[in-house]
Ligand binder design. Structure first.
Ligand code: NAG
Ligand code: NAG
Ligand code: NAG
Length: 659
């Protein structure tokens, strides 16, 4: 079993290999029978072989055997048609080849062998027609016609023949190259034009005329030479091939054609055809400018179609040139990836870095087909506070995100970018709402408070309000207070309201002694979930007020300076310091007045003011150079005083003092 599979494969391989060019040439129409006249004297074509080789191999044909042997036939290839034919073979032209009395039937085995030595044979039976001969009397021949002037249905040749038996004949005709310009009358052998020859484009046409008398068939040629043949117009720059990027803009010029007609003044009309026809609308061919463009509103898409076969014809009222092919190849251009939506929303709670993940559900596609993408946030709008998984798109905080007290915004608009392997990017907006988490407790500014009431405070009075703050948002920032006390019967006189107010329930007058301090713990609980709690103390002092004026405790947060031991102490120290400073200043003033030395070696004038003694009037200074005194007019001098200029030698005049 193990060796059978390789053997089988080997056989398959051999069959495949040798099947490649294994086809022999194939005959169509053989075996068959034709006739030849007994009186035939030349090498005449009596049968044209129709051979095909499926592999396209070249082949050669000959006569492989005849019955009887050495029959006067051979196989030749016609130089004009390249077709093999069976011809009579007369080694001594003019003498008859056949003798009906001796041989009435020949069998000629024809063989064709291709270049791979694959051969095929078939038999052609040839009847000798007693005493007969069929031949043309004016063929082969050549005629010339003026293509520009020859009209339709014009006779150009009249085929004549002779038939030894005088049988009725019929004519038939083929042409090379194939054309519809000529026709032959089957009974008369007259060859006429089948259309005006100005429509003919070939200058030389060979007409193969066959005549049959019912037994024998012979063929010969009429060569038609045409003058003044119409020149077929064509495009000088077609065929051609162009490559167009798939992102080419609508309306873009793709190709400009150039048409040519050898006949001066020819009127040309142009046409375009697109394959596939369904995409004809993509191409616009301007028949005035011969410009081919991408139609407005149309696009190419490499992923849909990479090639268009656009063909053009040009017509000069007589002949059509073309179709000429313009191969339009579409180039692939890397196109950006794109999101299925332009706007995405996300909502999640404030949290520490990395602790919350959210999948916005990005769906990314690419016109270029499946690919891998990298996701990122575009810089801006504090995008660095967020991170995005480059493949899954899952979003999280890159920092501890806190919206409390508006530390960070609760709404952020970020631009998400997808990037394909060629760094082509597409974007979408991610609108993130960050919701509050109850992560702040109600907080009191002080760890304890002091309030006072006196014997005049009436029951129901709001003694003070001790309000905490909560940095959270909304209900997370709403709170309610309650109080508790361990100070004996304090709860009988005071209470803490849910509004964080401290109330006098009933006057302690006559019940508590003056100076009694009642301590309450105030607890504030917020409305968040889970709730958070803040506490503080309030000491309520019951004290005596001796004035007859009834004072009303303010409802504002009552803080009494004189009740604050620390503040009183600080005040006392400040007062003592002030007294000391005052005493020192007084001492210096007195000392200055009596010694004049309070200000250093050179006493200032203010020191002298109190030193004036009766009889002295003023005191002269040895450094007062009188000559350098400014000149003063008498009006400048106050009665009883004279001006004294005090100079500081290095600095110039400083002041003028009037005595
Ligand atoms: C042709 O005819 C001869 C004589 O009848 C015969 O021997 C030969 O096999 C035939 N060839 C073919 C290919 O039929
Ligand atoms: C394009 O069209 C022309 C004319 O129809 C045809 O001959 C040619 O083979 C086509 N080319 C291709 C690549 O399809
Ligand atoms: C920043 O936010 C604004 C809207 O507030 C938005 O228009 C803009 O595109 C954002 N910029 C980036 C880089 O995401």
């Amino acid at each position: 079993m193990q060796c059978e599979i390789p053997l089988f494969l080997t056989i398959v391989w051999l069959l495949t290999k040798y099947h490649a060019n294994a086809a022999s040439p194939v005959f169509s129409g053989l075996p068959t029978s034709v006739s030849v006249g007994e009186l035939e004297v030349i090498d005449r074509l009596i049968y044209t072989l129709t051979v095909a080789d499926a592999d396209g191999d070249p082949y050669n044909c000959d006569v492989s055997l005849t019955v009887p042997t050495n029959a006067p036939f051979r196989v030749q290839k016609a130089t004009d048609t390249d077709l093999f034919g069976v011809y009579t073979f007369n080694p001594s032209p003019g003498n008859t080849m056949f003798d009906y009395a001796t041989t009435t039937l020949y069998t000629v085995e024809v063989r064709c062998i291709d270049s791979n030595s694959n051969a095929r044979s078939a038999n052609l039976s040839i009847d000798v027609q007693d005493n007969n001969l069929l031949e043309f009397t004016n063929l082969a021949a050549t005629v010339s016609q003026n293509a520009a002037t020859t009209g339709d249905n014009t006779e150009i040749f009249d085929v004549s023949y002779s038939d030894a038996l005088g049988l009725t004949v019929t004519f038939a005709m083929t042409s090379l190259p194939a054309t519809t310009s000529f026709t032959i009358d089957a009974s008369t052998g007259k060859i006429k034009t089948a259309r005006e020859l100005r429509f003919e484009t070939y200058t030389t046409i060979v007409l193969y005329v066959t005549v049959k008398d019912g037994k024998i068939s012979v063929t010969d040629k009429l060569t038609v030479q045409l003058t003044n043949v119409n020149n077929v117009p064509y495009y000088t720059n077609l065929p051609a091939s162009i490559s167009i990027n798939e992102d080419t803009a609508a309306g873009t010029l793709l190709y400009t054609l150039t048409a040519y007609d050898g006949d001066a003044g020819a009127t040309l009309t142009y046409a375009m055809n697109v394959d596939p026809a369904a995409d004809s609308g993509k191409f616009t061919f301007n028949t005035n400018t011969l410009q081919l463009s991408l139609t407005n509103g149309q696009t190419f898409d490499y992923e849909t179609r990479t090639y268009y076969n656009v063909t053009f014809t040009v017509y000069d009222t007589m002949a059509t040139g073309g179709p000429f092919v313009l191969d339009v190849n579409i180039n692939n251009i890397n196109e950006p990836c794109y999101f299925d939506r332009s706007y995405y929303y996300a909502s999640f709670s404030e949290a520490t870095a990395g602790s919350v993940t959210y999948n916005p559900g990005f769906v990314i596609s690419d016109y270029d087909g499946a690919s891998t993408y990298t996701l990122s946030f575009r810089t801006g709008n504090n995008s660095q506070r967020f991170s995005i998984d480059s493949s899954s798109g899952i979003v999280t905080f890159a920092v501890n995100y806190d919206i409390d007290g508006n530390a960070m915004p609760s709404n952020v608009i970020l631009t998400v970018e997808c990037s394909d392997p060629s760094s082509n990017t597409g974007t979408a907006i991610l609108d993130i709402t960050i919701t509050d988490v109850n992560d702040n407790a109600p907080t009191f500014a002080q760890s304890s408070y002091t309030l006072t009431v006196d014997q005049y405070t009436s029951a129901g009075t709001l003694i003070g309000t001790i309000t905490p703050t909560d940095a959270d948002f909304g209900t997370n920032a709403d709170f309610a207070c309650s109080g508790s006390t361990s100070s004996g019967t304090a709860g009988t006189y005071y209470s803490i309201g849910s509004d964080c107010g401290v109330y006098l329930l009933s006057s302690p007058s006559g019940q508590l002694s003056y100076g009694t301090i009642s301590r309450f713990t105030i607890t504030a609980v917020d409305n968040g979930s889970p709730a958070m709690t803040g506490t503080t103390y309030v000491d309520i002092i019951y004290r005596e007020t001796t004035t007859t004026t009834v004072t009303t405790t303010t409802t504002t947060q009552a803080y009494n300076f004189w009740d604050d031991a620390g503040a009183v102490a600080a005040f006392a120290i400040a007062m003592i310091l002030a007294c000391v400073v005052l005493a020192v200043l007084l001492y210096m003033l007195i000392r200055c007045c009596y010694t004049g030395a309070c200000c250093g070696p050179e006493s200032f004038d203010f020191c002298n003011c109190c030193k004036r003694r009766p009889g002295l009037g003023h005191r002269e200074y040895k450094d007062f150079p009188q000559s350098s005194s400014p000149r003063l007019t008498p009006t400048d001098i106050e009665v009883g005083y004279r001006p004294v200029t005090r100079l500081i030698p290095t600095r110039g005049p400083l002041a003028v003092t009037y005595y």
